[in-house]
Design a protein around this ligand. Structure first.
Ligand code: GDP
Ligand code: IMO
Ligand code: MG
Length: 445
């Protein structure tokens, strides 16, 4: 439970952390780093498609569902209704953390309004992906999209349903009816044991009962007591269902606004928004990545950055820093500051490209286009910068960064139109620079 004394009067900031690119920017590391300044960490979107890595003294934790704040004892972690939760994955994650001596008692609560991912969602996803043929989204195959479809289709099963043995069978029957209609249309013979599923879900309900709560109220009460909340986004702006590279997106609201709708809090409670961006760009799965590098240099960056999915192990596609993308993210999220991660990955490069615009039909676009055909056809416009060819790995003081690295950071900040308040120079919690003159430092004064 939160460490603060009850009735604290000072208003501490509530901050949203959101990905600025296509995910895997290092949100887990930054959430973990800042968690000690908060009493509550609340995740607002996505499911176990996310993989948030935290490294503490060479020990590696990958969190998929549980907020990254869980690694700090005494912080209340909230899983909001904007998430979709696979109860099997959740219990597995809890058990794995408990086995490693992470305390998970009354410090983890789950929204009673959160929708569930059930086994039939994975079947629906594999049918949908197969039907798309060459246009596959390249999803994580966790059932995320179909679970959000059932939510929007008003036939989803929610956490609160697990606690009501009278109404759960009818709701499950409705989900089954819809599922089997689709299976018939796809000539697929389903093999799910729905009676067993009902029993499993009721058993989950009994085990999870102490954690299931109206988390919107939990947050209201926490904030009323003066506790400060860190809102943890999963995925990222360009994967957002509305603002991303649709249809090559995930199915939730990953941008900062998702914190409000996904947790049931007022926009007026958000005091600041921190975007997380890599010093370059990566993407897992299909869809446009205009600044994709290609060839042996991309291989080298993938290797140096260990760019393999934290959830699925898939190699991540790597591109140069795309200022069009990150400026777009800055605007739609309203970033007050950006944490720039993985600067150290560029240490050996003699030359670095930065994408400043897209050439399309003789014009240079500087705003990210809605039409994917445009995003796919455009040619990136690059500005070449000299590399610093000196180690930045593990540097913890801005003044000790090589001049070339400082120039790179300053140029990105100019192009994107946002300060870079945090610079990350390695995976460890401690390999981080918090700039004294930044909005981030001001939040915690
Ligand atoms: P998330 O999904 O945004 O939380 O990011 P992931 O955890 O999927 O991927 C980020 C990866 O980069 C993880 O393996 C981190 O340990 C690692 N990482 C984070 N910051 C840095 C950094 O500054 N330098 C290096 N070399 N690795 C980093
Ligand atoms: P974190 O939180 C990177 C991608 C998938 C796929 C698309 C849709 O670790 O940054 P889905 O299974 O969500 O329906 O897949 O979204 N994707 C991610 N890529 N990081 C993630 O999460 C992702 N979560 C989903 O690769 O392209
Ligand atoms: Mg990740």
């Amino acid at each position: 439970m939160p460490r603060f004394d009850e009735g604290q009067e000072k208003h501490m900031p509530n901050i949203v952390i959101a990905g600025a690119q296509w995910g895997d920017e290092g949100k887990g590391k930054i959430v973990d780093l800042l968690s000690e300044r908060f009493q509550v960490v609340a995740r607002y979107n996505g499911g176990h498609n996310a993989g948030h890595t935290v490294i503490i003294e060479d020990e590696k934790f990958v969190l998929h569902l549980i907020p990254s704040g869980i690694l700090h004892p005494g912080i209340l972690c909230v899983m909001g209704h904007g998430m979709v939760i696979d109860p099997w994955a959740l219990e597995k994650e809890i058990a794995g953390l408990v086995e490693r001596d992470v305390e998970i008692e009354d410090n983890l609560v789950i929204s009673d309004r959160a929708h569930l991912i059930l086994p039939h969602h994975r079947v629906l996803e594999s049918l949908a992906e197969a039907a798309r043929g060459e246009n596959k989204i390249g999803t994580t195959q966790r059932g995320i999209g179909p679970a959000y479809e059932d939510k929007a289709g008003r036939r989803g099963i929610r956490m609160s349903d697990l606690l009501n043995k009278d109404t759960l069978p009818g709701k499950l029957a409705e989900a089954r009816r819809h599922f089997e209609t689709i299976c018939r249309g796809s000539n697929h013979t389903p093999e799910l044991d729905w009676d067993q599923l009902l029993q499993d879900l009721l058993a989950f309900g009994e085990r999870l009962r102490p954690r299931i709560a109206d988390t919107s109220l939990v947050l209201q009460r926490s904030m009323a007591r003066g506790y400060s909340v860190l809102f943890e986004g999963a995925q990222a702006t360009l994967l957002d269902i509305d603002l991303g590279t649709y249809p090559y997106v995930t199915s939730s609201s990953a941008t900062a606004g998702g914190a409000v709708t996904g947790l049931g809090i007022s926009p007026t409670r958000v005091d600041g928004i921190l975007g997380i961006a890599k010093a370059y760009t990566t993407r897992v799965g299909a869809g446009p990545l205009p600044s994709e590098i290609g060839g042996s240099l991309e291989e080298e960056i993938r290797k140096r950055g260990a760019e393999f999915g934290a959830s699925t192990g898939r190699p991540r596609r790597c591109g140069w820093f795309d200022a069009v993308v990150t400026r777009y993210s800055t605007l739609v999220n309203g970033f007050d500051s950006i944490a720039l991660t993985k600067l150290d990955v560029f240490d050996p490069l003699a030359e670095i490209q930065v994408c400043t615009g897209y050439k399309y039909k003789g014009e240079v676009l500087t705003d990210f286009p809605a039409d994917l055909a445009v995003a796919e056809a455009c040619e990136p416009v690059y500005e070449t910068m000299p590399g610093w060819v000196e180690p930045t790995a593990g540097v913890r003081d801005y003044a000790l960064l090589p001049q070339g690295a400082q120039d790179y950071i300053a140029r990105l900040s100019d192009l994107v139109g946002c300060e870079i308040g945090i610079v990350s120079t390695g995976p460890d919690r401690l390999d981080t620079i918090l700039r004294r003159s930044s909005a981030v430092a001001a939040w915690f004064e």
